[in-house]
Design a protein around this ligand. Structure first.
Ligand SMILES: [Zn+2]
Length: 495
């Protein structure tokens, strides 16, 4: 069903579970290193391979990072809690249970505010808990990379036991047709909070942050929420948004025909923007949770938690509000900068000496357009904030106009060198030399006698064509306003 029609008939309720791999040097319950991309099965030991008799020890740095995440998300921190065994069979999980947390999460009852479409949406956080990651299976020989149709599977346990924080929202009703955007804004904000805390590299493409997206629909006016599905391991911000949109359309089509939604996990497909059925969703009792007997409880000293709280860095939203005030821009301008990750770039450009309005104009205009054309994030353009600041200075000093500045940016992006080198190599200086400009004007007047006659006869509007001629003859390097003045002067006309 088309998205708009689905939204006319149904209201969505969202929920997000996000896994973040912590960037600790060692694993959660052993001393193995955690370097990404190491040769398979080279970062393993008896503990993370679950050899008989091996005993886990909790990673203090991971506990500290989790508490800091909880504090940044406005959570309460448990004064006493335990790890729990979550029992299930999975070939890339050597223990055949996962050490996780169940009814005693380390952090609980928080929130994260996000901006969507000019308004603030508060996302309530149910819990933040600590667990260990699984290994990674690779299915070889099939067309899809999934286990179905594969000839054989291989498993790499390097990732098994890397500390993983799971952040679970409460159900999010009331987002209405902005549900996809809210889901994306939440994932974006969460990623920025993690970056600000320095607890994870949050690279979604490498799987160090991944989202499970829950969606359910209820008929408009209903009070009881519908059955939800959980789309697993969505690994880009754009996919988070698309998966919500696709799932709303899919569920609406089923419900509209009188069907029912199966509670299940689903897989998102990047190529089509749709989801397909995974497995039917287990209930908590299927996991036979019990307190982990091999680990002592966690009881963080409240004084230490207070210290961690006092030492939190400036959080992304607070920083954005500060920058918005400093730069004097509107909520929507700020949001659009945020949406294309331009804030850091604008800030660095301002720090390099550019006025905020100019820095924003170039990044959000010409450069955003070029990034979009090239299909790359703004930050990957081959130009630096310092270089933009230099171009701004040249425009402010009168050496360039905006048109020439665009050519300078193009040159820098093409790898022709620094802005100064491009100006020199392409000869892009504005013609400030009155003698040179005067000569160009004389030539243009000679070549356009009819237009010149019209202006002399009082039709001042016709001077536009002559200014155009001067700009063309100077290849855009003349100062158009000065050229106009000189033209009128030479034609003996005053306005
Ligand atoms: Zn190990």
């Amino acid at each position: 069903m088309p998205y708009d029609e689905a939204l006319e008939r149904f209201e969505p309720v969202l929920g997000l579970e996000t896994h973040v791999e912590l960037g600790t040097h060692s694993k959660m319950f052993c001393a193995c290193p955690t370097t990404f991309g190491a040769p398979p099965n080279t970062q393993v030991c008896p503990v993370c391979l679950a050899l008989p008799g091996a005993l886990p020890t909790a990673n203090a740095a991971a506990i500290e990072s989790t508490i800091r995440i909880g504090l940044a998300l406005n959570c309460s921190i448990a004064e006493w809690c335990r790890f729990a065994r979550k029992n299930y069979f999975y070939p890339d999980m050597p223990k055949n249970y996962q050490i996780s947390q169940y009814d005693e999460p380390l952090c609980f009852d928080g929130y994260l505010d996000v901006e969507v479409d000019g308004r603030t949406v508060r996302i309530e956080i149910e819990r933040v808990h600590l667990e260990e990651d699984t290994g990674k299976s690779t299915h070889v020989g099939g067309a899809t990379g999934r286990i179905h149709g594969a000839d054989y599977s291989i498993v790499d346990y390097n990732r098994a036991g890397i500390p993983l924080v799971e952040i679970v929202t409460k159900p999010i009703p009331g987002t209405d047709r902005l549900a996809p955007e809210v889901a994306r804004a939440y994932a974006t904000e969460l990623r920025e909070v993690m970056r600000a805390l320095g607890v994870s590299d949050v690279r979604m493409e490498e799987g160090s942050m991944r989202c499970d997206v829950n969606v359910s629909l209820m008929p408009r006016g209903a009070t009881e929420w519908g059955t939800r599905t959980e789309t697993k391991n969505v690994n880009s911000l754009r996919s988070v948004e698309r998966s919500v949109r696709g799932e709303i359309s899919r569920q609406a089509a089923i419900l509209a025909e009188g069907g029912t939604i199966t509670q299940e996990t689903r897989h998102f497909h990047e190529d089509t923007g749709t989801t397909t059925s995974g497995r039917s969703k287990e209930e908590a009792q299927d996991y036979r949770y019990f307190p982990e007997p091999d680990l002592v409880p966690i009881a963080p000293d409240p004084a230490w938690v207070a210290e961690l709280k006092a030492a939190l860095p400036e959080l992304p939203r607070v920083r954005r509000l500060r920058l918005q005030q400093e730069w004097g821009v509107s909520d929507l301008d700020m949001e659009s900068m945020h949406n294309i990750d331009a804030i850091d770039l604008v800030e660095a450009t301002v720090a390099a000496g550019a006025p905020p309005a100019d820095a924003r104009k170039w990044w959000m205009g010409e450069l955003a357009r070029r990034a979009n054309e090239a299909g790359v994030p703004l930050v990957e353009l081959a130009i630096t904030p310092d270089q933009i600041a230099r171009v701004c200075a040249m425009v402010a000093g009168g050496a360039l106009n905006d048109k020439l500045a665009r050519q300078v940016l193009e040159g820098v992006l093409n790898g022709e060198g620094t802005p100064d080198e491009v100006v020199a190599a392409r000869g892009l200086q504005i013609v400030n030399d009155e003698g040179e400009l005067s000569a160009i004007i004389d030539q243009v007047l000679a070549d356009n006698a009819a237009a010149a006659e019209k202006v002399r006869g009082g039709k001042i509007a016709a001077v536009g064509a002559l200014v155009g001629g001067v700009m063309k003859a100077s290849r855009g390097k003349a100062d158009a306003a000065r050229a106009r003045e000189l033209l009128l002067e030479k034609l003996g006309v005053s306005e």
